[in-house]
Every structure is written in C-alpha cells, then in structure tokens.
Design a protein around this ligand. Structure first.
Ligand code: ARG
Length: 580
C-alpha cells in the first residue's frame, strides 16, 4: 500500500461504496470522513445523514448499505453503524502496527510528495528600504518562510521573491535630503541613520517650502537614470539590504539578495505593461490619470473603482507595479501560482490587481493567484505594539528580548554548559516568537504575550521542544535507536492512540499546504505531543520489568514521535535542540 493519509484512503473507499450502493457520485473529499475522538473509533463518516434526504431513505439504512458495500478490508475492522447513521471505522491493530513500523527509516515519515507539483512564485517579507524592520514585518516574513518550507516539502517548486519597497516618491524626498546634508555613499552608516534621515526628510517635505518640489524633481532624476542620484539610491538600498539580511539571519529565514525583486525591478516593465493594457482597450483616462476599472469593483456610492496605472504627472505607483508582477511571473517565469503574503489591509488591492490580470489575460484559468492575508500582532492592551516612547518596536530588539526571556527559562531548568544553554535559549526564544504567530489562524489578529508564548505547558514551541528533548534523552539511555524491521506491538490503548496520531502527519501537512495554514500543522504537533505524554505516563519504556520486545516497540513509538515533531517544527522554521 502506498504511503499517504489513512483518512484519504477511507474516503476513497467510501466514495466507491456510495457508487456501488446507490449509484451516486461523491468526491472522496466530500465523504465527510473525519478522525474521531471516541474511544475505540478511529474515523467516523457522516455522509449517510446528508444523503438520506436525496436518497429518500432513513439515514441508518443508508449507513447500513454503505457498510454492506464497503465489505471487508485489511485496513479496518468491519465498519459499524452507530447513532442516527454514523459509520464508524476502527483500524485493524495488526495493520496499524505494520504501517507505523514502516515509518522507521522513512525520511518523509509517510508524507507522499504531491502528484501535481506546481511552480509557485511566493512574495513575502517585502520590507521598505531606508526603514528599519519592525514588529510589523515579523508576520509576512515568518509566515512566508513557513509556507516556503511547507510547499517545497510537499513537492512544489517555489520561487521566493522579496518585493522591496525601493522605488518611487519617498526616494525622491530621501535622496534630496541626503544631497542637502552632503551625505555621500560608501561612508559608515547604519540603518538607524537611514531611519532618522527618513523622518527628517518627511518633516522637511511637510514643512519646508520648495522641498516638496525639489523632491519631485529628484524622483524624475532617479527615474531618468541620473548618475549621482542613482549612486545615492544604490547606497540606501545596499545599506538597507545589509540590515534585512542580518535580521533574516537572526530569524533563520533563507531570503538572500538573489531573491530581491523590488519595486525598482519592475519599473522598466511598467510603460510596456500600460501600453499593453491600453492596446487591449482596458484603460480609461480619468482626471488625467490612465486607469483600469476592473469589473465588479465600486465604492459605496456605486462608482467604479480605478486601479491607477499612470498618474497625471506620468509617474507610476504601487498598483501598476503589482499588475506587472503578475505579467512578469506568469509570462517570463512560467509560474502556475502567485502567492502574496501581505497584511489583510491590502486585500482590496490584490483583488483588484488579480481582476485586472484576468481581464488582461496575464492570469488564465490555469493560474492561481492568492493574497495570503494576515491580521495584526497586538500588544496585551489590544493595540499595535509600541515601545514605551511610542515608537515602533524594532524586530532586532524583539528577537533579542525573546532570546533573553528564553535564557531565563532554560537556565532555571537545565544543567547544560553555558555555551549549550545559550544555543538552546536561542532556539527556544526564536521558536516561541515564530510559533506564537504560526500556531494561530493567520487571518486573525493575535495578542503578543511573552508569558503565554514561553509557557512550558500548552500549545507552544517550548512544550514541543521539551517533548523532543525528553524523548531523545530516553533514547540515549536506551543506548540505540531501534533499527528498521523492529516489530511494533500495540497492546495498550495509549500505544494504539499514539500510532494512529503518528499516521496523521500526512493529513496535517496536507491541510497546512492546501490552506496556506501553518497553524493546522501546529495543532497536530501539539495533539501528538499530548498523546505522547499520555502514552509515556501509562506505558513505561526503560523500567526493568518491561519485556525486551515491548521495550523495543515502545522505543520505536517514542523515536517516531520525536522524528515527527522535529520534522514538523522544521517545516515551520523552528529548531528542536538535542538536549535542553
Ligand atoms: N512593501 C509593501 C508594504 O510595506 C509590501 C509589498 C507586498 N508585495 C507586493 N507585491 N505588493 O506594504
């Protein structure tokens, strides 16, 4: 039997049984088969209740017929009808034991690679040049990083790209200010200076007569390729990317300079894109600006909403740049899917851009374009997190604080050497920061609380990391990891429950990948760790009275639990230390 998910296997069989019994076609995914929490039942199917009406038969009768058509199987015991018409499945223990034993030595732990690999452009992180990365950049960066890892593991080809805000009006203002103060490239500057320059430039733009006009002229110089202007611009970009790279390194996020496709990258394509849209008759001049009014978008007054392609002064902006991203990644890079990990406030922007892309034919039915939105990270007072002085919290500071807080917890519980403790603290602190974010549904806002994210009990990364460390310590005491071929025995209910859970990794990965929803994997990992804790509480492993074959089998279960947790955490960018 091929590796993969048991749930899908049962769904496939139920679909076949429905066809045989009633000649109805139900997609396997719609057969309403779910894992069950009921004792002695592993999966439950609710489809009979749903079909009863269309089939004009009592649900129990429908369920009986399904059971009849399912026949016998080597995978599950004869299914049982219960209650108003549930079909209950209990996996055969011998089958379960063999299947779990088969995971030993399988690097993918039962997760099959997709049969339909897609080529995916993944836009994430996308900070703005000349601004220090702050808490607001945490979510687009780590959600994107987790999705990159998950999608690649699932077997897709992913092209990451970082849509840096590195072009347009703000740079005219900034560079004009740099010229004023005699700043030259190549000096000893930090991102901090740049942040300051940005604020000073902003203030002059709003207050100093003539500066706004000079800034606008500077944008024209930048777009026209003026040497000195470009040199300053380059210096700003270089200094900023040095800083971004440092933060990515601290976050263990793999983005590099090769992944930068900033707004400036698309600039040379904008005139051609607008000409193409004009040629297709999709544009209209409104208030001097060239606009595209995608069908189906209106404001509250019912007036059509424009995507501004070219402003009346001839400049290009954020909207048209994203229309160009669609065109570039589909036409030039041949991607099937375009994913944009960007905050929820830009939902409308992306809906309009995608609509325009469809009207222009840049996106076809074969393409999938998805705005992977997310809510905000809030402080305990329910507002945007700010420093005491009211400024935005720098990402680098937040990271340092996470590691410091973790160090306290680790020091309290661990007997490791200081150097190893420091490593562990980094894994725990970083893990806490990432996991708190990734374990909640990305579409919602979430409240950032150190105490909750670093709790050693509950759905936190440190809980999972301790579970892994505990298992590794058991395996060290046992002397060896059980070799492939070790027989697994599932005599105890807790052993059986752990085996079932271990086999649900493929379903969890699939749900996380399909919904771009890392939290679904987190929920699974947490459940697994809890089931393991129950197993460990009731099934001794190393005690003298445990028979060698039982010990070997339990070591397999423990070892596989650690493997699944380590893999699962790695898929969301979190490391599990060997010892803690
Ligand atoms: N730099 C933008 C911002 O800070 C995000 C860019 C997102 N990506 C995109 N293709 N629009 O809001």
């Amino acid at each position: 039997m091929p590796a993969g998910d048991i749930g899908s296997e049962i769904r496939g069989r139920v679909a076949t049984a429905l066809r045989e019994a009633f000649d109805v076609r139900v997609e396997p995914a719609d057969t309403m088969v779910r894992p069950s929490g009921q004792a002695g039942v592993d999966y439950q199917c609710d489809i009979a209740m749903k079909l009863a009406r269309t089939l004009r038969r009592p649900p129990r009768e429908v369920a009986e017929a399904v059971v009849g058509a399912l026949g016998t199987s080597s995978v599950f015991e004869p299914p049982q009808v219960s209650g108003p018409g549930f079909v209950n499945f209990t996996l055969r223990t011998d089958w379960l034991a063999a299947r779990v034993a088969g995971l030993l030595g399988d690097g993918r732990l039962g997760v099959a690679a997709t049969q339909r690999p897609r080529r995916i452009a993944l836009d994430y992180s996308s900070p703005n040049v000349a601004k220090e990365m702050h808490v607001g950049h945490l979510r687009p960066t780590i959600i994107g990083d987790a999705l990159l890892r998950l999608l690649r593991f699932a077997g897709h080809e992913v092209l990451p790209h970082n849509h840096l805000g590195d072009w347009g009006t703000p740079f005219g203002m900034l560079i004009e200010h740099l010229v004023d103060i005699g700043w030259e490239s190549g000096g000893d500057h930090t991102i901090n200076d740049l942040d300051g320059f940005y604020r000073q430039a902003r203030a002059k733009f709003d207050g100093e007569p003539g500066f706004a006009d000079r800034s606008r002229a500077r944008v024209v110089a930048l777009q026209g390729g003026d040497q000195r202007t470009l040199r300053l611009w380059r210096a700003l970009v270089d200094e900023s990317t040095r800083h971004f790279n440092e933060v990515y390194r601290l976050l263990d996020v793999g983005l590099t300079d090769d992944d930068i496709y900033g707004e400036s990258f698309y600039d040379p394509m904008l005139a051609g894109t607008v000409a193409d849209l004009e040629g297709k008759g999709l544009t209209r001049v409104s208030d001097g600006a060239v606009c595209l009014f995608p069908v189906g978008f209106a404001n509250r007054e019912g007036e059509p909403l424009p995507l501004i392609l070219r402003k009346r002064d001839g400049g290009y902006g954020y909207h048209v740049t994203d229309v160009a991203t669609l065109r570039y990644w589909t036409a030039e890079r041949g991607v099937d899917d375009l994913l944009y990990v960007v905050g929820a406030p830009q939902a409308q922007h992306f809906r309009m851009v995608f609509a325009a892309g469809r009207e222009a034919g840049y996106l076809t039915d074969a393409h999938r374009a998805v705005h992977i939105g997310f809510g905000s990270m809030l402080g305990e007072d329910g507002r945007t997190i700010r420093t005491r002085a009211g400024g935005s919290v720098k990402l680098a500071d937040l990271l340092a604080e996470a590691v410091d807080n973790a160090a306290e917890i680790v020091a309290e519980r661990s007997q490791l050497e200081p150097a190893e403790q420091a490593q562990v603290a980094r894994a725990v602190g970083l893990g806490a920061l990432k996991y708190a974010d990734l374990s909640s549904d990305r579409e919602h806002d979430y409240v950032f609380t150190w105490s909750r994210m670093l709790a050693t009990e509950g759905n936190t990364s440190v809980y999972l990391q301790y579970a892994v460390a505990r298992i590794r310590s058991i395996l060290r005491s046992a002397g060896a990891v059980p070799p492939p071929g070790t027989v697994v025995q599932l005599g105890e209910p807790a052993e059986r429950a752990l085996a079932v859970k271990l086999l649900q990794l493929p379903a969890a990965v699939d749900a996380a990948v399909e919904g771009y929803a890392p939290h679904k994997l987190c929920t699974y990992l947490y459940e697994l760790a809890k089931v393991f804790t129950a197993f460990h509480g009731s099934c001794p492993i190393l005690k003298d009275h445990v028979a060698p074959d039982v010990r070997g089998s339990r070591l397999v279960l423990a070892h596989l639990t650690a493997e699944v947790l380590v893999l699962g955490l790695a898929l969301i960018g979190i490391e599990a230390p060997q010892r803690m």
